[in-house]
Write a protein that binds this ligand. Structure first.
Ligand SMILES: C[S@@+](CC[C@H](N)C(=O)[O-])C[C@H]1O[C@@H](n2cnc3c(N)ncnc32)[C@H](O)[C@@H]1O
Length: 429
């Protein structure tokens, strides 16, 4: 008799049922609210889940994604490819542009006519965009012609960072994604940011475009903040705890290369009071950096130093214990990464190390699909924006070897201490 195997659909349904039960029981036993679409529903399924619960939630997401794909089927999936998502992005962009989320009361309902009058968006269009959003859990129409919040749309009403996420996908990335074919035809494998899809769409490289549109830079900053503080967070806190900073001798200098206004250095400095920091970035960030460092009470140990990372390291940074680069390498092709790393290697002393905070790409197909989709999307974001990329362990080692054959990866800190990003330590050995 042929062996009986449980159909995949049933296996997935069983997995969904088992993990759902664990989560429901946890919420009940901790008197936490059960998830709901209501406007007063919780904004996160489980606030700060422990490792076991996080695993149950991930398994649930993974199994529901697979079950959904099987239920829709191959032809139907392709026939309706991104049909919903495309117009959802459009609808959300219009609704956010006209400040619709902020006009809907956090509790109760309001007529669409009233929202139209307050926002200047025609009532007919408002209704069409709202109904598209409502079909995707953003807003609800409790009775015809009236609108109320769900827990989903409420995030847009109460948090400008959430609105910046909608703005970034639509205004910045959509035009760039449309140019990917042209970029692949015109200059495949180009290492130059000016050949990237973003530059083709906007006529300027990403950072040049930002400099000319300060308003976009502010929204981009809000988006980055929101993106970096999700469930897979690589917060300043996780970086401050993830690396053995405490093992560095007292008075050691950490150079935060391309460190922005120094928020990561400040977080590490607060936790590790025996360390000093030099934050290097463009001079126009000096004032904002000084305000932040004072506010955080670390300005005696964290100094901002205007410096381009393509230039030789200043004398004050030579022999530093750590050259730290967070989310720098993934913005640049190997050609430019070599130009960034060479002056650092020249400035390293016998005990110096480089610590990079970036994604380490997994081997294809070795992690759950939802995680893999996220890191592949990040990789393609880097391609679209800069002609840059995320790198695997092997890619990092090859890059280091091409800069100096002595530069070896000596440690990698990944999950569970870190989220999507890892800390990659390299030394001259
Ligand atoms: C993605 S942000 C990362 C900032 C910071 N490391 C963090 O993790 O928040 C990239 C940073 O590189 C800086 N940058 C770009 N080109 C640079 C250059 N040539 N020299 C120094 N910094 C540069 C930008 O100003 C920006 O602060």
């Amino acid at each position: 008799m042929a062996p009986t195997t449980t159909p995949l659909l049933s296996q997935l349904a069983e997995e969904i049922s088992r993990n759902t039960l664990s989560i429901v029981e946890y919420l009940e036993s901790n008197s936490l609210p059960q998830p709901s679409f209501d406007s007063d529903g919780p904004s996160h399924l489980i606030p700060r889940p422990d490792e076991k619960l996080a695993a149950a939630r991930h398994a649930l997401i993974e199994a529901t994604k697979a079950l959904h794909a099987l239920a829709v089927g191959p032809v139907e999936t392709t026939r309706l490819f991104c049909f919903n998502e495309l117009y959802l992005v459009g609808a959300m962009q219009v609704l956010c542009h006209f400040n619709v989320p902020q006009q809907v009361p956090l509790r109760g309902e309001i007529s669409m006519g009233e929202v139209s009058a307050r926002t200047g968006l025609s009532e007919g269009l408002l209704a069409r965009f709202l109904r598209m959003a409502a079909a995707n859990y953003y807003f609800t129409e409790p009775r015809r012609g009236f609108v109320a919040h769900t827990a989903w749309s409420k995030t847009l009403a109460t948090d400008e960072k959430m609105r910046a996420c909608v703005w970034f996908r639509h205004i910045e990335m959509m035009p760039a994604v449309v140019k990917l074919v042209e970029a692949a035809e015109r200059s495949p494998d180009s290492a130059e940011p000016q050949d990237a899809a973003f530059s083709l769409a906007f006529g300027d490289t990403f950072f040049d475009h930002k400099e000319k549109h300060p308003g976009h830079m502010i929204k981009f900053g809000l988006f980055v903040d929101a993106f970096a503080s999700g469930d897979e967070a690589d917060t300043a806190e996780s970086i401050a705890c993830g690396y053995p900073w405490e093992e560095l001798p007292g008075g050691s200098l950490v150079v935060d290369v391309g460190g922005g206004i120094g928020h990561i250095s400040a977080a590490i400095a607060r936790k590790h009071v025996h360390l000093k920091f030099q934050v290097q970035d463009f001079g126009h960030l000096a004032e904002e950096s000084s305000l932040l460092l004072q506010k955080q009470g670390v300005s005696d140990r964290v100094r901002f130093s205007p410096h381009s990372f393509f230039d030789s390291q200043p004398e004050t940074a030579k022999g530093a214990a750590v050259f730290f680069l967070r989310n720098i390498m993934h913005n640049w092709s190997d050609l430019y990464c070599r130009r960034i790393l060479k002056p650092i290697v020249k400035a390293m002393g016998p005990n110096s190390r480089i610590v990079i905070c970036d994604i380490v790409l997994p081997e294809p197909g070795t992690i759950p699909k939802t995680h893999e989709a996220r890191v592949r999307a990040l990789d393609l974001t880097m391609l679209s924006m800069f002609n840059a990329k995320e790198r695997s362990h092997e890619d990092f080692q090859e890059l280091f070897t091409s800069v100096d054959p002595r530069l070896r990866i000596t440690a990698v800190v990944g999950k569970p201490k870190m989220g999507t990003d890892s800390l990659i330590e390299a030394r001259l050995v």
